[in-house]
Design a protein around this ligand. Structure first.
Ligand code: ADP
Length: 483
């Protein structure tokens, strides 16, 4: 294959920044197409026609009509939106709903989620088979369980072998399970419902379908790729992944260097060196009603779930507060965690905002001294990368992408003059987190050293350059093998 030729790639995703986002997947799917342009990749993104997507489309044109798309009529629209080339699956019976993209207003999974994302995956495979007249991908890049069936449908189709497929695991905790009575509704051949195929303990697993059938598997950090092979992190799929170990690799996520830029961010007082953070810290304190303090202002921006280890932070919080530190948390999720943090906010040095607020997230990253990410597992993690970019020291658990992106300050690294960029703790327990918070507070009392580590953090590369090159190399490698 001619390396200079444009490679047409169809990305299949259930969320996409800036249009619709519940987590890091949206950021990655939104950033990759732009980052891949310079590598000769023409990436178009197939995304569900949720109301927020439909409202954002610029000059949509219908490029395919589907009279029966998993229980209703649908169209595929080609359009630009959010600076991206999209193919939109306009299937109102699946996507024209209020509330969340995965959850009803009552906070429960939509009961037809298996059909909703099987439809997306099936249309991806149809596009690979020539559904759209003037554009056909050489490769399908599916994301998470929502895209997991795309490599399976592709493998059953005429284009099998001609169009290659990649599946990226952003979080193996979500597997897209469905009862076997849905086999026919999901267009799955019952002969494939086996432990070697897409059965997972008596259930259909959309993620496993992708793990078994995609030509290559990636996840979002090298450490998570290793962790996934173990029972502790593989969530029951470690055996399947072990089998496919040779095709699995980890490619770190980057962040959008324009959206997250302390020098130009329109939401903050701009700065290019750590000392420029001061006005942002003062503004954040005043916005959140926090007084002056002796210790570091620590921020957290996160989904509130067991994965994120924030119950450990609740336990360790007294150490931070005793040492004069402060906590500002923005997040939403589990009711019990929301309530516990709201109650912690009774302390004058703790501020909690329950909800989702992109702009406040920017002000918190700019105004905080440190960002805390005590996750039990973390495929890559993005908020520690924002922290690095803004000189807001990341204090992270030693796991997954957190381990790969933060260079810890320890007596050894400091003595060796290693370019430390933050703090790490291990094991992921309240005790280890308490000790790390104590170390953070002690470090804060050494302003020169703190500023040095902040400067190191700001200089650490966190954009898409290297990762986009790695994806492009993966694609060309697969296509080379195809000829
Ligand atoms: P995950 O995908 O597991 O939720 P990541 O760290 O990879 O975790 O990505 C989370 C993304 O969502 C980041 O961009 C983070 O800033 C954003 N985010 C999470 N919670 C909130 C919130 N309450 N308000 C604003 N942004 C949030």
């Amino acid at each position: 294959m001619d390396r200079r030729a444009v490679i047409p790639v169809l990305s299949v995703t259930s969320e996409l920044a800036p249009l619709v986002k519940t987590g890091g997947l949206a950021d990655v799917a939104g950033a990759l197409p732009g980052a891949l342009v310079e590598h000769g990749v023409d990436m178009r993104t197939l995304v569900p026609g949720y109301p927020a997507v439909m409202a954002a489309l610029e000059t949509p044109t219908t490029c395919a009509k589907l009279p029966d798309c998993f229980g209703g009529t649908a169209r595929v629209l080609a359009a630009r939106a959010g600076g991206l080339d999209l193919l939109v699956l306009d299937a109102p019976h699946h996507y024209a709903r209020g509330a969340g993209i995965y959850l009803s207003a009552a906070g429960r999974d939509w009961p037809d989620n298996p059909e909703r994302f099987a439809a997306l995956s099936w249309v991806a495979s149809e596009i690979a088979n020539g559904l759209i007249a003037d554009w056909r991908p050489a490769l399908l890049h599916a994301h998470d369980w929502q895209g997991g069936l795309a490599p399976y449908y592709l493998s059953c189709s005429e284009a099998a072998g001609r169009v290659r497929s990649v599946l990226t695991i952003h979080n193996i905790a979500f597997q897209g399970l469905a009862p076997p009575r849905k086999l026919a509704a999901l267009k799955i051949d019952p002969a494939d419902f086996t432990p070697e195929g897409l059965e997972y303990w008596g259930q259909i697993s959309a993620l496993k379908a992708g793990l078994v059938h995609a030509n290559r598997l990636t996840t979002v950090s090298p450490s998570y790729a290793e962790e996934l092979l173990t029972p502790e992190f593989g969530m029951g799929l470690e055996g399947v992944l072990m089998e496919r170990r040779a095709e699995l690799s980890g490619i770190l996520n980057g962040i959008d260097m324009e959206v997250w830029s302390p020098a130009t961010d329109p939401n903050i007082t701009n700065y290019t060196a750590p000392k420029g953070k001061a006005p942002n810290k003062a503004a954040l304190r005043s916005e959140l009603g926090l007084p002056e303090a002796e210790g570091p202002l620590c921020v957290v921006i996160s989904r509130l779930t067991a994965q994120k280890g924030l119950d450990l932070l609740l336990e360790a919080l007294p150490i931070l507060l005793e040492r004069g530190g402060q906590l500002a948390l923005l997040g939403s999720g589990d009711n019990a965690l929301e309530a516990a943090f709201q109650s912690a906010a009774g302390h004058p040095h703790v501020a909690v905002r329950i909800g989702y607020d992109e702009l406040l997230a920017h002000r918190m990253i700019a105004g905080g001294d440190a960002i805390l990410v005590p996750s039990r597992f973390e495929p890559c993690g993005l908020t520690q990368l924002y922290g690095l970019r803004y000189g807001t020291l990341p204090l992270v658990a030693l796991t997954g992408g957190l381990a790969d992106t933060v260079i810890p300050a320890s007596p050894a690294t400091l003595a060796d003059k290693v370019v430390a960029t933050g703090l790490q703790f291990h094991p992921v327990t309240a005790l280890a987190l308490s000790n790390a918070l104590a170390r953070l507070c002690a470090l804060y009392q050494q302003p020169k050293l703190w500023r040095k580590i902040s400067s190191n953090a700001m200089a650490h590369p966190v954009g898409w350059r290297q990762s986009a090159a790695a994806y492009a190399q993966l694609y060309t490698g697969l296509l080379d093998r195809n000829t």
